[in-house]
Write a protein that binds this ligand. Structure first.
Ligand code: SAM
Length: 404
């Protein structure tokens, strides 16, 4: 007896979509949230382990936690959320509270074009709520797609609640992506997502809350974002911390601002406590303020081994690393930019400023001299001439997450 094999029926894309969309539509956005994981977590572990195995240095320039790893796990996410509510770390809280009105000034420059919104590092999600509300008002019947991108899946989950609060954006129009946006490969992947989701519709990208300042190689990161992500019709919302003076007294003052906050201390030590079994002693967490090339006040938060002996902390893969006396681990880097140097950073990255709003608060530095610090929010577009910085021709292969 012969049997003829019946042609196998292939599941069509349409039927999968037909199943998937009603499922998403039936989910409540707070209890259920979709998540696309674009990051191989095991590689991140290897990077963290490698960076803690670096040679000793007394000034926080060798062993380190890269920017993304400071926010990665559940503990770090919760510590970040608490730091944002610490009255002794007012920079973050004030930045979140005043965002809506600062953004409103810039939003006029977005005219009445509909945008999709890609938020790079949404954090608590409150700022994204302000942006989404505005974008949804531009064209009420228009479906804004919201794509928050973060290294921390827990941050995406927590941030989504605040971002979508009192909004009528269905789950199917939100696509949280767990991804490290500091690598060229991931930015290229993100651009593909934007091309698929947005087609010709303009995309508004944002990098808010001084996130740029956490990257050692901030100029390369901005250049990569501008050249890989931005099409002529897209816009980029950038928010950074600024200071009107760049000198050692101003740097020491900025360092003192972070030192006073228990919430910030808990956040900045959470990752090292998660990845190692080091017994963290508060007195060994140091806040160093420096002047960086006349461009910014650079703050380096380091953990120093002051025990008088070589420690051998345990790593997640059950191996140890040598942490000799007086060696340091850099826990976080941040900056306050001089506004004129910021303009150069932006131009060198191939971006032009469409609108900006700077808010400076008068104060005093540690010597009693006048010092103004605050935030600058900028709406940027790709400049027709492209990037001016030397990094542009070498975009492939550069990875600001690594410090090599
Ligand atoms: C300083 S917080 C800013 C949060 C928010 N944008 C705000 O203004 O309140 C930095 C955010 O970027 C995320 N982040 C940091 N480095 C990242 C990386 N390399 N890739 C993806 N997300 C990253 C953090 O998890 C966090 O949500």
């Amino acid at each position: 007896m012969t049997t003829s094999a019946a042609p196998q029926q292939q599941p069509s894309a349409t039927s999968a979509t037909q199943d998937f969309i009603p499922l998403l539509d039936s989910l409540g956005p707070v209890r259920w949230s979709p998540l696309i994981v674009g990051e191989d977590q095991s590689q991140k572990f290897t990077q963290i382990i490698d960076s803690l195995r670096r040679p000793p240095s007394p000034d926080g320039t060798s062993k380190r936690l890269a920017s993304g790893s400071s926010y990665w796990g559940v503990e770090s996410t919760m510590a970040w959320m608490q730091a944002c509510n610490d009255p002794y770390y007012p920079v973050m809280r004030e930045g979140i509270d005043s965002f809506r009105s600062r953004y409103a000034t810039l939003a006029r420059a977005l005219s009445d074009t509909p945008y999709h919104y890609f938020s790079l590092g949404p954090g608590t999600g409150e700022k994204d709520n302000a942006v989404l509300r505005h974008l949804a008002r531009i064209r009420p019947a228009y479906a804004v797609r919201y794509v928050p991108v973060d290294i921390s899946s827990e941050m995406l989950r927590q941030g989504l609640k605040a971002a979508l609060k009192d909004m009528r954006i269905p789950v199917r129009d939100t696509l949280p992506l767990q991804l490290d946006f500091s690598t060229v490969t991931n930015l290229t992947g993100l651009r593909q997502v934007a091309d698929q989701l947005a087609a010709d519709t303009p995309v508004l990208y944002s990098l808010l809350g001084n996130t740029l300042a956490n990257f050692d190689n901030d100029a390369t990161l901005l250049t990569n974002m501008a050249s890989i992500l931005l099409r002529p019709q897209d816009r980029f919302l950038l928010e950074v911390a600024v200071a009107d003076r760049i000198d050692q007294a101003a740097a020491d003052t900025a360092a003192a601002e972070y030192r006073n906050s228990v919430g910030f201390y808990n956040f900045v030590t959470s990752a090292i406590m998660h990845y190692t079994d080091l017994q963290i002693v508060p007195e060994s967490v140091e806040f160093h303020g420096e002047v960086e090339d006349g461009k910014a006040l650079n703050l380096r938060i380091v953990y120093r081994n002051e025990t008088g002996q070589t420690l051998r902390p345990l790593l997640p893969n059950r191996t140890t690393f040598d942490f000799p006396h007086n060696d340091t681990i850099c826990l976080l880097t941040t900056r306050k930019y001089l506004p004129s140097s910021l303009d150069k950073l932006i131009a060198d990255a191939g971006l032009r400023i469409l609108q900006s709003r700077e808010v400076l608060h008068p104060g005093e530095d540690v010597t009693g001299e006048r010092l103004e610090t605050g935030q600058k929010l900028l709406l940027l577009a790709r400049s027709p001439n492209g990037a001016r910085s030397p990094g542009q021709s070498q975009v492939t292969g550069l990875n600001p997450f690594r410090r090599d």
